[in-house]
Design a protein around this ligand. Structure first.
Ligand SMILES: NC(=O)c1ccc[n+]([C@@H]2O[C@H](COP(=O)([O-])OP(=O)(O)OC[C@H]3O[C@@H](n4cnc5c(N)ncnc54)[C@H](O)[C@@H]3O)[C@@H](O)[C@H]2O)c1
Length: 252
């Protein structure tokens, strides 16, 4: 039996990488999926591709930093599939700037895209989940929230801080909305080969050999999608506020 049969999911940042891998897996497991992303062109291309395979998916252009855009995507899900069971807050950006070099606009951009986005996503979807009587929210964080990302080198100051905020937001919402049967869980990916790494994708194995014990020293989008699938399905019905690290063993 398909693990998400009859459920509707919104996945943000779904035109690429982890979001696309998660949307595909959810649809393969029987969910109706709204793929949402700011990159309209890439989104159309990927959704057309999934639809041509017969999967039940639609698309909604979304800038996760904008409240009105969220309202539009939520309405798209309700108009098309009549309910929202699952939200995957995955969209995000990375900037390598070190603390002393981080311009204020870079700080705000990263906080908006990675943290304010999750706040807005929850605020816009939870009332519909309350009406439904259940829901599952999955926040894609990062091991950067646990390690301070590139701590020794000092890279990615705003990125680490934004992910730390999402970690706390996950625990906060999990506690508060458990009474409504809404579960909120977080996944902490280690190095995953996706376009967010830019050129660094090419040398990912070499760069991570010393910190990731498990070959091939990096993960693929599908490795994170399988974790999200567990949190999305009823198999995890007694699990909330959980922190699943998927990183080849590097943070332990
Ligand atoms: N790849 C990794 O190694 C890694 C590790 C830890 C955490 N993560 C997290 O996983 C998530 C997905 O990253 P990925 O590796 O798949 O990257 P990616 O660059 O392949 O995908 C990110 C997607 O988010 C979209 N996006 C960016 N800003 C947006 C906005 N304002 N509104 C809507 N969509 C927006 C992009 O268009 C893109 O399609 C991010 O939150 C990232 O921080 C990734």
């Amino acid at each position: 039996m398909s693990r998400l049969e009859g459920l509707t999911a919104i996945v943000t940042g779904a035109a690429s990488g982890i979001g696309l891998g998660t949307a595909r897996l959810f649809a393969e497991e029987g969910a109706n999926v709204v793929l949402a992303d700011i990159d309209e062109q890439l989104l159309k291309q990927e959704v057309d591709n999934l639809q041509s395979e017969g999967l039940s998916v639609t698309r909604s252009t979304l800038d996760v930093t904008k409240k009105e855009a969220w309202a539009h995507t939520v309405q798209c899900a309700l108009n098309t599939y009549h309910k929202i069971d699952i939200l995957v807050n995955n969209a995000g950006i990375h900037r390598p700037d070190k603390l002393l070099d981080t311009e204020l606009d870079v700080w705000h951009n990263v906080m908006d895209a990675n943290a304010t986005s999750v706040f807005l996503g929850m605020q816009q979807t939870i009332p519909h989940m309350q009406q439904l009587g259940k829901g599952s929210i999955i926040n894609i964080v990062s091991v950067a929230a646990l390690t301070g990302s590139g701590a020794a080198a000092g890279n990615g100051t705003a990125y680490s801080a934004s992910k730390g905020a999402v970690r706390a937001l996950t625990t906060h919402a999990a506690n508060h909305f458990a009474k409504d049967q809404i579960r909120v869980n977080a996944i902490f990916p280690g190095p995953i080969k996706t376009p967010i790494m830019g050129e660094r994708q090419k040398t990912i194995a070499e760069r991570n050999k010393d910190v990731v014990p498990l070959p091939p020293y990096y993960g693929e989008a599908r490795d994170i999608a399988y974790g999200a699938l567990y949190f999305a399905s009823d198999e995890s019905r007694f699990v909330t506020g959980d922190e699943l690290v998927i990183d080849g063993g590097s943070v332990r």
